[in-house]
Design a protein around this ligand. Structure first.
Ligand code: 6PG
Length: 487
């Protein structure tokens, strides 16, 4: 029987599924945990239900909750991101002392975490904003945990967070310090963006097999199961194989009865907005967000489907070989997506003054989270080989894979275009690959046009960079340029 007389090592506010599961996970690792929920039923449900007999101290007011905590007090918020977090911070802070710690474990937007870390530091309260990935199951048995915030807070809570986190195949915790203020939530945001990209790529692969090749669900299940035994071994491929095999009550695949209109809670969109603000071409994630938006225009699509024509071309060629082409296209596109994600983190590091350990991030994503995969082990190795690796695509291993996959990748994109099967993520990743490896792009034309109609000036290839020129293209415009600022 649990000894509930001692004070709690940590307290959790918010006992919905994620909060409850984290509490029980902490108890499994020998910690005594105080629990508080705004509505007391949830607290009772936990201690009388799944948490019965565990070292949980149920509390029914903020005062009782704070009083149950060992000093320095560690308060973990597992509440809805947004205003609710501020509300709870405001209600617990007056009861805390200097050196106590608040941890926000929700999907908070990183600028909020930057603001909260600073505001609480002024009151002597330590703050951590941490990404937690892995859903309910992960929270219960080992999530990926991405903490950032006030660096002084890390030693206080490191053991607890690393103990409850998932472990990689080599036994390393999928939890490490990410960086100052909003860095943890930032990295979780990019994780979610990459999650959107992976899900879109997998969906395109499925749809191509279904509509382009006319494969059955059993066949597709076999293919994804097979892929999960190789380079693409990952949680999302694994659940895709399961989903394809799942039958509704009438024995037909449930998947085909699910409305093709995707939802989203906003973390992919935040990634895209941030990428646009920083000018980093995170094309695959943004395309994945827009693919969800397009899917959500369900009624409009039904009308357009009756009006707009497409090609009547059917697949011609070796089906088995094409399935392998799709696998290679997925792998190559995934490399582009992760390369873009790390490009964004690199820029954020400069912009927000963080110091990010890239290999550490790859390690945190190797286990417990939704994008966990063997592939992330390859990324970790790439950063081990070269910690300051500028771009993942330039690592020898990934460069080799891209070279090996590119014929298949091009074939998939070309076949999709010929058959009229939408494959936005496969296409945009290939376009990025071709753009990134081009020493020349058609942007000279854009610059000429900008200068022609708006005297926006251009630089010349035969002059040092930094010198700006304007041409009076028509002989009618003036010689005055419009200035050279860049957004
Ligand atoms: C995770 C998930 C989790 C959640 C997403 C779903 O890492 O455990 O990413 O955070 O499932 O918020 O996001 P959408 O509803 O936007 O798809």
């Amino acid at each position: 029987m649990a000894d509930t007389k001692r004070k709690a090592d940590i307290g959790v506010v918010g006992l919905a599924v994620m909060g409850q599961n984290l509490v029980m996970n902490m108890c499994d690792h020998g910690y005594t945990v105080a629990g508080y929920n705004r509505t007391s039923e949830k607290t009772k449900d936990l201690v009388e239900g799944p948490g019965k007999g565990m070292a949980i101290i149920p509390t029914y007011s903020i005062e009782e909750f704070i009083d149950a905590l060992e000093k320095p007090r560690k308060v973990m918020l597992m509440v809805k991101a947004g205003e609710v977090v501020d509300k709870f911070i405001d209600s617990v802070t007056p009861h805390l002392e200097e050196g106590d710690l608040i941890i926000d474990g929700g999907n908070s937007h990183f600028p909020d975490t930057i603001r909260r870390t600073k505001a609480l530091a002024e009151k002597g309260i330590l703050y951590i904003g941490t990404g937690i990935s892995g859903g309910e199951e992960g929270a219960r048995h080992g999530p990926s945990i991405m903490p950032g915030g006030n660096p002084k807070a890390w030693p206080i809570v490191r053991n607890i967070l690393q103990d409850i986190s998932a472990k990689t195949r080599d036994g390393e915790p999928c939890c490490d310090w990410v960086g100052q203020d909003g860095a943890g939530h930032y990295v979780k945001m990019v994780h979610n963006g990459i999650e959107y990209g992976d899900m879109q790529l997998i969906s395109e692969a499925y749809y191509l097999m279904k509509t382009g090749l006319g494969m059955t669900h059993e066949e597709m299940h076999e293919v994804f199961s097979e892929w999960n035994r190789g380079e693409l071994d990952s949680y999302l491929i694994e659940i895709t194989a399961d989903i394809l095999a799942y039958k509704d009550k009438d024995g037909s695949p449930l998947l085909e009865k699910i409305l093709d209109s995707a939802g989203q809670k906003g973390t992919g969109k935040w990634t895209g907005i941030n990428a646009l603000e920083m000018g980093i071409p995170v094309t695959l994630i943004v395309e994945a967000v827009f693919a969800r938006c397009l899917s959500a225009l369900y009624d409009e699509r039904q009308l357009a489907a009756k009006t707009l024509a497409g090609p009547s071309k059917k697949f011609e060629g070796d089906r088995k070989a094409f399935v392998e082409d799709i696998r290679q296209a997925l792998l190559a596109s995934k490399i582009v997506s992760y390369a873009q994600g790390f490009m964004l983190i690199r820029e954020a590091e400069k912009e927000y003054g963080w110091d990010i350990n890239y290999g550490g991030v790859a390690n945190m994503w190797r286990g417990g989270c939704i994008i966990r995969s063997v592939f992330l082990g390859n990324i970790k190795e790439a950063f081990d080989r070269k910690p300051d690796l500028y771009n993942l695509m330039l690592d020898d291993y990934f460069r080799g894979v891209l070279e090996r996959c590119q014929d298949s990748w091009r074939n998939v994109v070309a076949q999709c275009a010929r058959m009229g099967v939408p494959a936005p993520a496969f296409s945009t990743s290939l376009a990025f690959y071709d753009g990134y490896r081009s020493s020349q792009l058609p942007a000279n034309m854009i610059q000429a046009q900008r200068d022609y109609f708006g005297a926006h000036t251009y630089q010349r290839t035969d002059r040092p960079k930094g010198e700006f020129f304007h041409t009076n293209w028509t002989g009618k415009g003036g010689e005055v340029s419009a200035g050279t600022y860049n957004a």
